[in-house]
Each structure stands twice: as C-alpha cells, then as structure tokens.
Design a protein around this ligand. Sequence first.
Ligand code: NDP
Length: 419
Amino acid sequence: MSRVLVIGCGGVANVAIRKCCQVSEVFTELCIASRTKSKCDKLAAELEGKTATKITTAQVDADKVEEVVALIKSYQPDLVMNIALPYQDLTIMDACLECGVNYMDTANYEPEDIEEPEWKAAYEKRCKEKGFSAYFDYTWQWAYREKFEKAGLTALLGCGFDPGVTQAYCAYAKKHEFDTIDTIDILDCNGGDHGYPFATNFNPEVNLREVSAPGSYWEDGHWVEIPAMSIKREYNFDQVGEKDMYLLHHEEIESLAENIPEVKRIRFFMTFGQSYLTHMKCLENVGMLSTTPIEFEGQQIVPIKFLKALLPDPASLGPRTHGKTNIGCIFTGKKDGKDKTYYIYNVCDHQECYKEVASQAISYTTGVPAMCGALMLLTGKWTEKGVHTVEEFDPDPFLDALDKYGLPRSENHNPVLVD
Ligand code: NDP
C-alpha cells in the first residue's frame, strides 16, 4: 500500500508507470506529474480500466523547488520517482528534503546551462582534481549525503539499467562470485534497428552530450581520459552477434571505484553503428550539438534543443525497432585463491517490449529497474538512509524482481574477455 509521485512523463517514465501499474498491490496510488500535463493525462487515460492502481495527474515545473514542494505537500507521497531529466535532480532532492520524503532517480545531476558561473567554476576545479571532463558527476548529489541521513531519508541514485542494474550486477558478483574483483567491463549493446538514418534511443540532448564527450576509464586509482570514440573493440554478443563498441565515460564508474575500492580497472563500452557515428560527427562539426544559445532571426535558440525538435521522438521508435539489446558486466578476479572470470547480462527484445508496454527496449531496460528500485524502497528491502547508488544495497531481491518483471539475468562463467 503506497502513494508514489512520478515526475516526468517521457519514454522512460511511460514504461516505469506501466510497470508500477502491473504491481498494484504495492503501487496502490500514483500521481503522474510533468511539465506538459497533457502527456500525463494521455497515459492515465490509456491505463484506465487496465490497472487497480489509482492514478491522478498534475502539472509541475520541477526546475522550481517551490512547485515540487507544493505538489508533494498536497499529494503526500511515500516516494518521489524523478524520471524527468538530470537537470531536475537537485531541485527535486531539495523538495524531498523539505517535505521529508524518500527520493530516487535514473541519472546523475548535470546542469542544463553549462555556462552558469557557479557550476562552471566547480566543474573546472573537479576536472583538474579528478581528471575527467564529463559534465555529469556524483559530487553534486553526494553533497546531500549528510542531509538525507540526518533527515532519516533515502535517496536512491541512478536506478535505470546503466547506471542501475549494472551496479547491482557488480554487487552480486562481489557477494556471490568473487572474494576480490580485479577488473570490470560494462558492455552496453543495442542490436536494435529502427530504420531511420539517425535517431537517439532516449532524450537526444542527454544522449548526444554523453556520446560526443571524451571517454574515460578508471585504472589503478585514477581516471584516464581519452578523445571521444578513440578506443574501439569488437565483441560477439549473445543473441545479437558481432558489434563494434567504443569506450565512453559513464557515471557508474565513479561510484563503483569508490564502493569497490579493490578494483584495478573499470571500463564502459557502448555499441554504435557507423551511420550513427557519421551523423553525430557531422552534427558536432557544424555546431548542432552546442548547448550555448545563438541569435537566429531575432530569437535565441539552443542548437541541440533545435536538433531535438527535428529528430524522431525516442518514444515513437517502439513500433519500428527490431532486434535485441544485451547489457551486462564482465568481471575478472579471485575466488578461494584462484583466478576467475564471470559475465552477467540481460538480453531484451525491442518488439517484445513494444507488445507489452508500447515502448522500445532502451526505455524498457531503464523503466523496469526504476520500478523495481521503487519496489525495494516501498517494501522495506532497501532501507539504508542517506544518498546511495545501487551497488550499496543488497542485489539479491532487486535481481529477483528484475527476473520476475521482465529483465531476467543470464550468466556465463567462461566469457570471452575484452582486450
Ligand atoms: P524524455 O525526454 O523522453 O522525458 C523527460 C520527461 O521529463 C518529459 O516528460 C519532460 O516533459 C519532463 N520534464 C523535463 N523537464 C521538466 C521540468 N522542468 N519539470 C517537469 N518535467 C520535466 O526523457 P527519457 O524518458 O528518455 O529519460 C528520462 C531520464 O532517464 C533521463 O534523466 C535520462 O537521462 C534517464 N535515462 C537513464 C538511463 C539508465 O539506464 N540509467 C537510460 C536512459 C535514460 P515535457 O514532455 O514537457 O518535455
């Protein structure tokens, strides 16, 4: 029995909400609130009569703490699920603290305006101190640790697939398979084809910022940064086949390095087709990925926001995407004094997802873990107070929930390693 406030009603939120509605015995009441209320109303209408969960909707601009506070005070939820954009993480966390309610999200904070002086100064300091230049990092949200702890509240960060399930896989490997882990390679493969020459599978702005940034990995206690897309490997993925993959910076590397300190190297690879990379490079070269506003015919426009308006809506890719995703982690390490390797991953079929929740697998593989993370908090399986990432909690009930609700794990105790 719980009341949950979901903020955001995009591709990922649509899946998370539909999955919550399959578990009505826990998610008894849901309020879907977003900037554009009509999207919330549309989803609520689609779910009417199909679930026992009682759904209401609301309008909120989550950039404004006072609006989120007012909404929380009027709805009185047990948990706020932030499935809007990373830009809203801090305002929603502030509102949760003010109202005394638990918080979760699917991506760590980054600012919408990277020219904002206070943020920029902190960013430049962090780049020098830590040695990676991604716009997103955990420092902003980790700064809330003491506040959440003192308030007796939990903030669960990054509970999608990657970040999210990948960290639960690491916690699982550490708990059941290894005494010590030496290396972790996170492999994110999308073998899906939507038939467009160029489209992004989730929010284009967030996606293109991530992919066009320099790559980095953790090695021997420090970050190694490399030019974007400069480390390429091929891997033969179960049920997908041979794909090119590239080393990217990814947020879970930062928290894993802190929480599994014995690990000597952590890398993240994502697959991309040549068409995607050629389009992205061209758009970057002509300035279309810029987040800095320009003057155009008397109006200020942000190039990447304009590009977003031109690209297919990720939510519309569902019916046209065929193929599978395969996301997981390969570990090397030691058990009982012997060297050991282990691969744990999930394979998800785009068309199966579409049949079930009218969405492609990228939103599905993010929305299902968001629901399962909420389930852990609401059913008292994860109770640690403070601000935490997924690997800090018991992986067993979470992976069991994923097995049950659509993202079952596969294992390989003799995987091909990535060189
Ligand atoms: P979408 O762009 O599809 O949806 C974002 C939603 O947030 C929209 O409903 C949007 O409203 C709403 N929103 C934006 N700004 C505000 C605001 N100021 N106040 C209230 N609502 C707002 O994004 P996705 O669903 O693709 O992604 C959602 C989140 O999931 C992102 O943070 C993304 O980074 C994360 N993600 C995480 C992954 C993981 O594995 N961990 C993988 C993929 C995504 P409107 O309709 O008005 O635009």
